[in-house]
Design a protein around this ligand. Structure first.
Ligand SMILES: NC(=O)c1ccc[n+]([C@@H]2O[C@H](COP(=O)([O-])OP(=O)(O)OC[C@H]3O[C@@H](n4cnc5c(N)ncnc54)[C@H](O)[C@@H]3O)[C@@H](O)[C@H]2O)c1
Length: 254
């Protein structure tokens, strides 16, 4: 139980990776404030847990909502030790089809500004507590790789990587670590959009293991980063991607 006695807040918990994050944090002994947009989906999630999980709605694009989710953790469990900024959206679309009044802002608001809100609200609360903490942001290999159909998504994840570094530097004196995890291709509802585009088999074949990374595998890395075992990891993005970013269409031998 690497997180016994810790209190965590995680966003995007009703999605593929988020559900696994909550499961893993609880299995490691943490109490968790689980955050997403829809009360119905949160109620469904909550049904699988007891008092160790509290659900609350928040839209991460709204700073007051994000502050409120941190306050919920402090009111309910007395403290906040870990904040996981995991909520994200993606809409595969060619750049030339973008509506300049909509597309860039929609993704940036959640993936970039939402993470900024989480870093800021968590930092303020942890500074006030005075005993450090850990902030983990869900990035992507696409924060560091170009790809078609995902211009704004990639830009937003590059911003997540840079916010992670800058916040770690500013929060270091408060003993607050800030890390990011960068998955490659994880089988979640977000990725299923590629089925609709007829690209599912194509992206599956890109995987080193010939299979997608699982949400549980990403949650394992996040739980490790949140634990004291990862005390020397700070201000960096940890790739949890099966090496996806290092190889182009690896040859399959056998
Ligand atoms: N699935 C992948 O292959 C993959 C790869 C790399 C990175 N990621 C990242 O992992 C994270 C989780 O993605 P996932 O694959 O589980 O996707 P998902 O679509 O299954 O889940 C995303 C969750 O975020 C929530 N959300 C969206 N907008 C929100 C908002 N404004 N406020 C609060 N919650 C909001 C959604 O309701 C949903 O429950 C995202 O940041 C995503 O960019 C996913």
């Amino acid at each position: 139980m690497r997180l016994k006695g810790k209190v965590a807040v995680a966003t995007g918990v009703c999605g593929g990776i988020g559900q696994s994050i909550v499961r893993k944090l609880v299995d490691e002994g943490a109490r968790v404030v689980a955050v997403d947009l829809s009360q119905d989906s949160l109620d469904e999630l909550k049904a699988g847990y007891g008092d160790e999980v509290t659900v609350t709605t928040a839209d991460v694009t709204n700073y007051q909502d994000v502050e409120a989710m941190i306050t919920t953790a402090i009111k309910k469990y007395g403290q906040v030790d870990i904040v996981i900024n995991n909520a994200g959206i993606a809409f595969p679309k060619p750049l030339l089809d973008h509506d300049p009044d909509k597309d860039f802002n929609a993704i940036t608001a959640v993936n970039q500004k939402g993470v900024y809100h989480g870093i800021l609200a968590a930092g303020k609360a942890m500074q006030k507590q005075g005993n450090g903490g850990v902030i983990i942001n869900t990035s992507s290999v696409y924060g560091n790789m170009a790809s078609e159909l995902s211009f704004t998504y990639n830009v937003s994840k590059a911003a997540v990587d840079m916010m992670t570094k800058c916040a770690a530097l500013e929060y270091g004196p408060q003993k607050i670590r800030v890390c990011a995890v960068a998955p490659g291709r994880v089988d979640t509802p977000m990725l299923h959009q590629y089925k609709d585009l007829g690209l599912w088999e194509h992206i599956r074949r890109e995987q080193m293991r010939d299979e997608f990374t699982t949400p549980e595998e990403i949650a394992n890395v996040i739980a490790f980063l949140a634990s004291d075992e990862a005390n020397c990891i700070n201000g960096t993005t940890v790739y949890a991607s099966d090496g996806f970013e290092n190889f182009k269409y690896p040859l399959k031998s056998g």
